[in-house]
Design a protein around this ligand. Structure first.
Ligand SMILES: Cc1ncc(COP(=O)(O)O)c(C=O)c1O
Length: 390
């Protein structure tokens, strides 16, 4: 009756079952996996800015497959403020970045074709690819004290079925930005091998420092067919608004063909709502305050984490450049799942094991840097005390 694409193993893994039992017990715990900004006092606070969602223009239905010009212009203004000159013709709007992936997999791949993805990374990619009949081939990031894109490994993984390379820049959860050097090699490899480049930049506004050795946005990359993805989910910390986009750039003929085909895909769904498109300019005008609050939260929590590690803890913070997460290297005296269980059961703190993001080895825990400062400070103190007592 059902498709193989939806043949999932729906049995919860042991850790999920353990967590469900803990939640059912109603005994509270501090959640260091919380990465929904709207649950931790972040994102655009409800107020006058929201009235743009009910502008009179919303009453008319005048769809445009690529997204209403007024919304694409607002996205161009966002990039212009970051120093990138785009035109509305470079943009295709989607309801979310996840939807952009689905459209790109339809655009680039037939069933059984492959997309290379640098791992560890965002776990949803596996399901998004499976739903389109696409095979994701994971190529590990090099782990040399910091996570670096390994372009030679990507090049070696290319097969006749490979259609695209997917990177997250900055990556989630490693927080690593691609170096300038790796960017040059990657773009040259994609151009030479006829591969599309998909660059997820949803965390692009959340660098922890200015580092000239790291590459900037790929949004105006023209040497290979390049799709740069982002959206309000992270730019305004408002996933519920459902507005994402892809910037389509590359050699002229390829880019034009890609846009023409995306037009057809987008026209088949017309999934982006009119209210958010008409409100995009007004909402994006508030991004500095939203992002400023998130940067301050992340900096404060990172500070608390670093202070806790300072006194000779046996945990270490993995080097990163950006984003909303921190990865901790912990002793391999027990499995990552055993650390997660011990922290939850004995210390009332929830963290994530590295394997959840396909970290290829034990001894890595992942924490969100978004929880409110007092919650983060008390919880991370208990995490470090547990690790150092072991
Ligand atoms: C790297 C990355 N890409 C995409 C998304 C999904 O974004 P959207 O809400 O636009 O689908 C997330 C969400 O956390 C993410 O971490």
């Amino acid at each position: 009756m059902f498709s193989d694409r939806t043949l999932w193993n729906l049995t919860p893994n042991a850790l999920s079952a353990h967590l469900a039992a803990r939640r059912a017990s109603r005994r509270p715990f501090d959640d260091l996996t919380e990465s929904n900004p709207t649950r931790v006092g972040l994102g655009l606070a409800h107020g006058p800015a929201w009235s743009a969602l009910a502008a009179p223009a919303v009453a008319r239905y005048e769809p445009d497959p690529r997204g209403l010009p007024v919304a694409r212009e607002a996205v161009c203004a966002y990039y212009a403020a970051r120093g990138h000159a785009l035109t509305p013709d470079d943009l295709v709007l989607t309801a979310s970045t996840s939807e952009a992936y689905a459209w790109l997999f339809k655009l680039l791949c037939d069933a059984g074709d492959e997309v290379l993805v640098a791992h560890p990374s965002y776990p949803l990619f596996d399901d998004l690819a499976k739903l389109e009949g696409v095979t994701l081939r994971a190529v590990p990031l090099a782990d040399e004290g910091r996570w670096e894109l390994d372009v030679d490994a990507l090049a070696s993984a290319v097969t006749p079925r490979t259609r695209a390379v997917l990177i997250v820049h900055p990556n989630n959860p490693t927080g690593s930005l691609v170096s300038r050097e790796a960017r040059e090699a990657l773009v040259a490899m994609c151009a030479r091998r006829g591969l599309a480049l998909v660059v997820d930049e949803v965390f692009g506004d959340y660098a922890w420092r200015d580092d000239r050795t790291r590459a900037g946005s790929f949004c105006d990359e023209d040497r290979a067919l390049t799709f740069t993805l982002s959206g309000l989910s992270k730019v305004l910390a408002m996933p519920q608004l459902k507005l994402g986009w892809m910037v389509v750039r590359g050699p002229r003929a390829l880019r034009d063909e890609a846009i023409a085909r995306l037009d057809m895909i987008a026209d088949s769904y017309l999934s982006v709502g009119a209210p958010v498109q008409h409100a995009a300019a007004s909402l994006l005008a508030h991004r500095e305050s939203v992002q400023g609050a998130i940067r301050a939260r992340v900096a404060a929590n990172l500070g608390a984490l670093r202070a806790g590690l300072h006194g000779g803890s046996c945990a270490t913070l993995l080097a990163a450049d950006a984003g909303w997460y921190a990865m901790l290297r912990v002793p391999r005296t027990r499995s990552d799942d055993a650390w997660v269980r011990a922290l939850l059961d004995d210390d009332d703190v929830l963290v994530q094991p590295g394997w959840f993001f396909d970290v290829p080895r034990e001894g890595v825990l992942v924490v969100s840097l978004l929880p409110e400062e007092p919650v983060f400070a008390r919880a991370i103190a208990r995490v470090l005390a547990r690790i150092d007592a072991a």
